[in-house]
Design a protein around this ligand. Structure first.
Ligand code: ADP
Ligand code: MG
Length: 682
């Protein structure tokens, strides 16, 4: 076996068909296979006696087959195998559905372990379709069993067997990206032990040890990668910007900047004057006025003869920024352009040509601005108005292109310090901790579902006063299936339109719509062509509709606090008193506590901290897709101490070996992780 990049097909025991199935999960190489970590574990170490089974509880029991299994045809396509098993304490009747082969394979007089939910009563114990395997095999019973994320055509057993084969194939060649001295200093186990026990834990303790080691490794490598990005950028020299009279810019604004905005502007400008490359994060709550900080930086850069780009996460946001900023900037002599995916090809070409000729000073668009074939005459400043998901990758992508502009990242989400440290470890941070004056706090209420009629009446009243409203619709529970977002939204919107508001204009938008359709709906809403917009959380990412004054969130318990806060930030952007109504029938105490936080504070940072404390970061991000390279085991909310440890250790290593020449295995792994991420962007 050569190395971990070997294709899975060449692993002993994995044939063509199985390889195909695994590839559907994105598992192509040996590394992919052994890094397919369990989603959770089932502790099946306890094997009980039949008499100790409690009806309703799931348990494992060891019992001997007492009489030959019998086959019953209930109806077409439904066959049962029934078998009686016994131990010294009692009798267990087991029924299997459509597993006919068991009739032949279960042997009278042999002992098996059955694992499933006990049914029946204390006199007559039963199980239906339990997991079964011969006593002594201990593959899926009698141990802590890994439960993997699956896809159609891939079963737990098949995956765990494949991973077993993968581990056996690479046991001898598993390179350890953690230097020995680091491993020993932090009491971490060896790589082989870690992989073995993350998949097939010998015990709960072994699993903990394995998990800790792998989490540390991820955080360590991630910290190294970030730190290297940072030091590489610190080496970049730029022509220091000269001072610029900012008065014309400030005079052109319809308002005075808050002192927090001023401070951020100052910090930004001083970065650009320093002769180094700016790497700054401007963090501010929704509505704190980040756009104007960006605009000030753009004005400053352009007056220094540089080109500036503003990148938004969606087309509609790009469009909105353009509509908002271009008139102001043009008036100040800044030549502006818009460039997005839906810009017509001819126009795109023209804009590109003018950019590379230096005839445009300020371009606004989506991330196509940096990853496409767009060329700049003298790109000096890139502002990203981003969701936390992008960040690192885009910065890496820029570096890949060999461009070294000043970078200003605007974060719409207040992120707790611990997370900021890792998400933005390579950036300096400015915080806008103040809202523009005259904002009326949004009135927030938590109500049960029985209030629906009252809420609808309230919406009607608001609409009659000329306001608009968002309704974030309830999600349909779908068991194992992912909730069907499209269905939920369209049906709820239809119900509202036909049964509740036949005379009002109801529209809907969901994530399954094409970007262009989505944008059209959002534009219509922004233009007050509709009154009520039913949606999923796609509206979370900020289109500015100052006339929207009500945000209703159904099933509010399903959302993280930070997400609710983002949603609430969609209203209260104009001069009108705004309202946020959180509907929930959930009686769970934790849920109530969580929702109460929303009614008590509008401070995004406080909410983010609470969110992290109450739910952990997986939920903090809505899903586990934080888009950070290589974090599969580490949980950046719960593992904060480990994160600090790993980060310090990474800094220490780099202090002694800045180029990692003495640690080639570490260097290679870091590069792989960050490279993959940059590739995924292009
Ligand atoms: P965010 O930080 O969420 O991006 P925006 O930049 O969109 O916030 O600003 C929110 C609203 O506040 C905008 O309508 C903007 O014009 C307005 N605004 C920004 N700064 C000020 C200020 N200093 N005084 C009054 N209004 C402001
Ligand atoms: Mg914004």
């Amino acid at each position: 076996m050569a190395d971990l990049t070997t294709g899975i097909r060449s692993i002993k025991g994995i044939g063509e068909q199985r390889a195909k199935a695994l590839e559907k999960l994105g598992i192509h190489t040996l590394r992919d296979l052994i890094s397919w970590f369990p989603r959770k574990y089932d502790d099946r170490t306890q094997v009980r006696r039949i008499a100790d089974l409690v009806p309703g509880e799931t348990a494992c029991v060891s019992a001997m087959i007492a009489s030959p299994p019998t086959l019953h045809r209930v109806r077409k396509g439904m066959e049962l195998v029934k078998v009686r098993a016994v131990d010294a304490t009692g009798v267990l009747d087991v029924t299997f559905f459509n597993q006919t082969w068991l009739k032949a394979s279960l042997q009278v007089g042999e002992s098996y372990i059955f694992c499933g939910k006990a049914e029946g009563n204390l006199l007559h114990r039963q199980m239906t379709s339990p997991i079964v395997e011969p006593e002594g095999v201990r593959e899926v019973t009698g141990r802590i069993v890994p439960i993997y994320p699956l896809t159609a055509g891939v079963s737990q057993r098949m995956l765990s067997r494949s991973i077993r084969q993968g581990l056996d194939a690479c046991a001898a060649i598993l390179p350890d990206a953690l230097p020995d001295e680091v491993r020993l200093a932090h009491n971490l186990c060896r790589i082989g032990y870690a992989y073995e026990n993350i998949h097939f834990p010998e015990s709960a303790e072994a699993l903990d040890i394995a998990r800790r080691r792998l989490a540390f490794e991820e955080l360590f490598l991630f910290s190294i990668g970030l730190q290297r990005l940072k030091s590489r950028r610190e080496l970049i020299r730029t022509t220091p910007c000269k001072a610029v009279d900012m008065a014309p810019f400030y005079d052109a604004l319809p308002f005075t900047l808050t002192s927090a905005q001023r401070r951020c502007v100052e910090e930004t400008l001083s970065d650009m004057r320093s002769g180094g490359a700016m790497n700054r994060l401007c963090q501010g709550d929704v509505g704190s006025g980040k756009t104007m900080v960006a605009a000030a930086a753009v004005y400053f850069a352009v007056k220094n003869g540089l080109q500036a780009a503003l990148m938004a996460p969606t087309e509609i946001l790009a469009q909105q920024h353009y509509n908002g900023l271009a008139p102001l900037m043009e008036e100040l002599g800044v030549r502006c352009a818009l460039l997005t995916g839906s810009t017509a090809a001819k126009e795109k070409k023209a804009v590109s040509a003018r950019l590379s000729a230096g005839e445009i000073d300020f371009v606004i668009g989506t991330h196509a601005l940096i990853s496409g074939s767009v060329e700049y005459a003298r790109l000096g400043l890139v502002v990203t108005d981003e969701q936390h998901r992008f960040g690192v990758a885009q910065r890496a992508a820029l570096a890949e292109k060999g461009l070294h502009p000043h970078i200003l990242v605007m974060s719409a989400t207040p992120i707790p310090r611990t997370l900021a440290l890792i998400l933005y470890g390579d950036l300096d941070v400015s915080v806008i901790d103040q809202l523009p004056p005259g904002r009326r706090p949004i009135q927030t209420y938590t109500v049960p579902g029985s209030y629906h009629q009252r809420i609808y009446a309230f919406l009607r009243k608001q609409v009659s006063q000329g306001r608009q409203a968002y309704v974030v619709c309830p999600m349909v529970e779908g068991g194992d299936q992912l909730p069907d977002e499209r269905k939920a939204v369209t049906e709820y919107a239809k119900m509202l339109q036909t049964e509740v508001f036949p005379d009002l204009r109801v529209a809907y938008v969901h994530g399954k719509m094409k970007p262009r359709e989505k944008d059209a709906v959002m534009m219509a809403f922004a233009g007050h062509e509709t009154d009520i917009l039913v949606s999923t959380t796609v509206i979370e990412v900020g289109v500015d509709v100052p006339n929207a004054a009500v945000m209703v969130v159904e099933n509010a318990e399903r959302f993280g606090l930070s997400q609710l806060h983002q949603l609430r930030g969609r209203v209260g952007r104009g001069g009108h008193q705004s309202y946020c109504i959180l509907i929930s029938d959930n009686k769970n105490e934790e849920t109530l506590e969580r929702l109460k936080v929303m009614t008590k504070t509008s401070d995004g940072f406080k909410i983010a901290e609470e969110d992290l404390r109450l739910r952990g970061p997986g939920d903090f991000f809505g899903e586990r897709q934080h888009g950070l390279p290589g974090l599969r085991v580490a949980d950046i909310g719960c593992d904060t101490r480990l994160l600090q440890e790993a980060r310090l250790s990474a800094l220490e290593l780099l202090a002694h070996d800045p180029t990692l020449e003495k640690h080639p295995a570490t260097a290679r792994r870091v590069e792989e992780l960050f490279q993959q991420k940059a590739d995924a962007m292009n």
